[in-house]
Design a protein around this ligand. Structure first.
Ligand code: NAP
Length: 248
């Protein structure tokens, strides 16, 4: 039996990387997937075609997760078309790394909008339909950097740590309505982006990880399947690291 059969899911930021793997795996597990992206129109269309060709129900939406009204419109459109929202994955995220000394106000504000406010925006937007259904699973993509901090990423770490506080608060607020909220803290996940980095540096990072490899987008997507499914029905308010033991 497929673990997400019949479930309607919103995944933000799924034109590439971890979000794309989540969309692929969710369709494989029987979910209807509504995914968002910011500017990669071609990649979004290609993903729609790939997953539709497999027999999945999937729709891409160009929607800025950092924009409150756009998030509300997205939820309204999904409800109008599919009638329910069972799972929300707040995955969209960006980096604007710099040492604090050189960090601009714009770099701080952009990160807060896309990595933290987006989580508020989308969670608010799905709240009414989830409350009505007295069910829902919200999964927020944080980072080991939000747990531990990282030099050169004060903006990103602050936003990702904010996501953890938000996750726990929502779990406490909405548990009585059977709405669960958990966070994932990925470590070093190898994506197209990291493929462009110097191989020697990347190998050094791999060697420092207890499992001796970088993670794959699928490693993170597997946990999303579990947290989105009824297999995790008694799990809420948690932060689960997918990091090969990096923070251990
Ligand atoms: P990625 O490959 O850079 O992909 C980011 C995705 O987010 C893209 O689909 C992008 O769409 C979308 N996006 C960007 N800004 C958006 C906005 N304002 N509204 C809607 N969508 C937007 O990122 P990733 O590496 O897969 O990371 C996914 C999540 O995991 C992020 O939250 C990241 O912080 C977190 N994470 C990643 C790692 C890692 O090692 N990769 C580690 C820890 C945590 P476009 O293609 O249209 O720009």
């Amino acid at each position: 039996m497929k673990l997400l059969e019949g479930k309607i899911a919103i995944v933000t930021g799924a034109s590439r990387g971890i979000g794309k793997a989540i969309a692929q795996m969710f369709v494989d597990q029987g979910a209807t997937v509504c995914f968002t992206y910011m500017s990669s129109d071609d990649k979004a269309k290609a993903l729609e075609s790939e997953l539709s060709a497999k027999g999945g129900t999937v729709k891409g939406f160009k929607s800025d997760a950092g924009d409150f009204n756009a998030a509300q419109k997205l939820a309204d459109d999904v409800i109008a078309e599919y009638g329910r929202i069972d799972i929300l994955i707040n995955n969209a995220g960006i980096t604007r790394d710099n040492l604090l000394m050189r960090m601009s106000e714009e770099q701080w504000d952009e990160i807060m909008a896309v990595n933290l406010k987006s989580v508020f925006n989308l969670t608010k937007a799905v709240l009414k339909p989830m409350l009505k259904a007295r069910a829902g699973s919200i999964i927020n993509m944080s980072s080991v950097v939000g747990v531990k901090g990282n030099a050169g990423q004060a903006n990103y770490a602050a936003a990702k740590a904010g996501v953890l506080g938000f996750t726990k608060s929502i779990a406490l607020e909405l548990g009585s309505r059977n709405i669960r909220c958990n966070a994932i803290a990925p470590g070093f996940i190898e994506t197209e982006m990291t493929g462009a980095l110097d191989e020697k540096t990347v190998q050094g990072w791999r060697d420092a990880i207890p499992l001796k490899r970088g993670g794959t987008p699928e490693d993170v997507a597997n946990l999303c399947v579990f947290l989105g499914s009824d297999m995790s029905a008694y799990i809420t308010g948690q932060t689960i690291n997918v990091d090969g033991g990096m923070l251990t």
